[in-house]
Design a protein around this ligand. Structure first.
Ligand code: SF4
Ligand code: SF4
Ligand code: FES
Length: 259
């Protein structure tokens, strides 16, 4: 079972409410439930869903459950096409986007939990306050000293653009950071793969003029060097990005700077 940050003194009740369905295409969804306004411990509810009555993705099933079975089931979502990053959750033991995970690719029983090792706001909604603060701490915007050309944008070559192309595609879903054991154990001090990938994106941007300052900021035993190259982050990224590779590149740049 996925490791969750449970409310103090509680344990998960695996036998929550059961909602039955009939039909040839019924699939079983076991969904983590936690309501901070009740005094109950978290529980796992079972929803049987006729998948002919909903779309093909796990998010479609959750929307069906919320709309037709239990309106109190709480989760985040927006774009429904892998762009906003808000529907990240732990599905059958892996952090993934519910909107791009096909029900048909999963086993008979589908287990849905919030992203691991994060405080839970309600049901499948993790508290990402620290995660976003860490992202903000790398100052993810262009920093320059020289004025922009008066009559055009700051230009890049195609090769310069290619260097930031993939890292800039991060959707901040937090699948990577919440799959990282180092982040689980040091999330207050280790920035985690998502924030470090964002830092890398600006470090290698040919237009940015704060590279030294950015590297200084990361040169810290906890912020950066808690990464032990376990690679979970790269394995789970739903956008096929490589935060572990970016972290290794930052370490390399810091090393090169010493010589
Ligand atoms: S490579 Fe680094 S950041 Fe990625 S999961 Fe491993 S320890 Fe975490
Ligand atoms: S690197 Fe990938 S897994 Fe991590 S936040 Fe960005 S898109 Fe999500
Ligand atoms: S709803 Fe936007 S990524 Fe899934």
């Amino acid at each position: 079972m996925v490791q969750l940050s449970l409310p103090a003194g509680s344990k998960v009740n695996p036998h929550g409410r059961v909602h039955k369905a009939t039909g040839a295409a019924v699939r079983t969804f076991r969904v983590y439930r936690f309501d901070p306004d009740s005094n109950e411990s978290p529980r796992i509810d079972t929803f049987e869903v006729d998948t002919k009555a909903c779309g093909p993705m796990v998010l479609d099933a959750l929307i069906h459950i919320k709309g037709r079975i239990d309106s109190s089931v709480t989760f985040r979502r927006s774009c429904r096409e892998g762009i906003c990053g808000s529907c990240a959750m732990n599905i059958n033991g892996l952090n993934r986007l519910a909107c791009t995970t096909a029900i048909g690719d999963l086993g008979a029983e589908i287990r849905i939990y919030p992203l691991p090792h994060m405080p839970v706001v309600k049901d499948l909604v993790p508290d990402l306050t620290t995660f976003y603060a860490q992202y903000a701490s790398v100052e993810p915007w262009l920093k320059t000293r020289t004025p922009a050309p008066p009559d055009q944008e700051r230009l890049q070559t195609k090769e310069d653009q290619v260097r930031i192309d993939r890292p800039a595609a991060c959707i901040l879903c937090a699948c990577c950071s919440t799959a990282c054991p180092s982040y689980w154990w040091n999330s207050e001090r280790y920035l985690g793969p998502a924030a470090l990938l964002a830092a890398y994106r600006w470090i290698v941007d040919s237009r940015d003029e704060a590279t030294g300052e950015r590297l200084d900021q990361l040169n810290d035993p906890f912020k950066l060097y808690r990464c032990h190259t376990i690679m979970n982050c790269t394995d789970v990224c739903p956008k096929d990005l490589n935060p572990a590779g970016a972290i290794a590149e930052i370490k390399k740049k810091l090393l090169e700077r010493q010589h």
